[in-house]
Design a binder for this molecule. Structure first.
Ligand SMILES: NC(=O)C1=CN([C@@H]2O[C@H](COP(=O)(O)OP(=O)(O)OC[C@H]3O[C@@H](n4cnc5c(N)ncnc54)[C@H](O)[C@@H]3O)[C@@H](O)[C@H]2O)C=CC1
Ligand SMILES: [Mg+2]
Length: 316
């Protein structure tokens, strides 16, 4: 749990900043990284919270009177605060800036802060104060796309679409980007329904493709996951915005056609193999397990593990 750095009031910072007389507050008697609480801070500081690594987080949205502060005064206050945090052995500063206070980004950057990430309503900047190169973790590195290979075992037909917004109209599985907090299987089922009108349920995960510097991922890396889904409705009603065509195609025709992407062709062959030899040969099935540290639950995907192995306690 982050601790609040005990500091002077922000109003005092403003008053001092306006007079261009800034104090970093009394020094000494403060702890190093990981200290529980800094009770020695005086007036003239930005208030922040300590994290468990010895960094300080400053949330401008939680400080009073920021709307009256001009960028020059902010820069002076921040400079004094950095000096104090450095002397206290803090390893990093995180600055959370609401979008409407973006005028404080440039002053922070001039003191060495860089963008760490941005959300729709705020940006987070960071400054490494520790020894050597920064050890701060980066932000999200991948986008996740999920497609559904909806296979009807009774008819041996597979659901395929042609994308309206592509230069080449190749057959592919319906799919799209995962939403924040959405399970992989739920993305596949949702995207299949939105794009084709077909209702289905998750069976397994079939493949993961990782591609770097992906143009559709704003130059970041792209993870494209294909799931095996079982249909429980069959009448196509496809999305005219995204799809040009949509049909139930014989699986062996999809395996043979040249008018498809290499990944779709590969997964069609994988499905044909699973259909002939047993889906347990190709399926990564999902199970929900409890997370040890957070008390939350997560989904794990792997090849089927016999019950005797799930419960075994020793090696014999
Ligand atoms: N190899 C394959 O068969 C293919 C794989 N993929 C993967 O699928 C995932 C993405 O799936 P999609 O169907 O593309 O996403 P999606 O289904 O989530 O959204 C696509 C739709 O979003 C809108 N859109 C996207 N970018 C836009 C922009 N810059 N401006 C305006 N509108 C925009 C368009 O309406 C577009 O039809 C990625 O992981 C990608 O790598 C996508 C196409 C083919
Ligand atoms: Mg799509």
């Amino acid at each position: 749990m982050p601790q609040l750095l005990r500091g002077g009031r922000w109003r005092a910072v403003l008053a001092r900043a306006r007079r261009a007389v800034l104090f970093a507050g009394p020094r000494g008697a403060s702890g190093g990284p990981g200290c529980a609480r800094d009770a020695t801070s005086g007036a003239g500081e930005l208030r922040g919270e300590l994290d468990r690594f010895g960094g300080v987080s400053v949330r401008l949205a939680r400080l009073d009177a920021m709307h009256r502060l001009d960028p020059v005064a902010f820069q002076r206050a921040l400079q004094a605060a950095i000096q104090k945090w450095r002397s206290e052995g803090r390893v990093a500063v995180w600055l959370h800036i609401p979008i409407l206070q973006s005028r404080f980004i440039a002053p922070a950057a001039s003191l060495g802060f860089c963008f760490h990430h941005a959300e729709s309503d705020s940006s987070t900047l960071s400054l490494w104060l520790g020894e050597g190169p920064s050890r701060l973790p980066g932000y999200a590195t991948h986008q996740v796309g999920v497609a559904g290979a909806v296979f009807d075992e009774n008819t041996r037909k597979i659901l395929v679409v042609q994308d309206r917004n592509k230069l080449k109209n190749m057959w592919k599985f319906p799919g799209g980007l995962s939403e924040p907090g959405e399970d992989i299987g739920d993305t596949a089922v949702r995207e299949v329904f939105e794009e084709t009108g077909i209702k289905s349920e998750f069976r397994s995960l079939l493949s993961i493709r990782q591609q770097h510097t992906h143009p559709g991922a704003f130059g970041k890396s792209d993870m494209y996951i294909i799931c095996r889904l079982k249909p429980y409705s069959f009448t196509i009603n496809f999305c005219q915005h995204e799809c040009l065509r949509c049909e139930w195609m014989d699986l062996s025709d999809l395996v043979k056609t040249e008018n498809t992407t290499p990944i779709t062709s590969r997964v069609a062959r994988l499905l044909l193999y699973g259909y002939r030899e047993g889906f347990d040969k190709i399926d990564l099935t999902m199970e929900e397990l409890p997370a040890v540290y957070t008390g939350l639950f997560y989904k794990i995907y792997h090849k089927e593990l016999p019950d005797s192995y799930k419960t075994m306690t020793g090696m014999d």
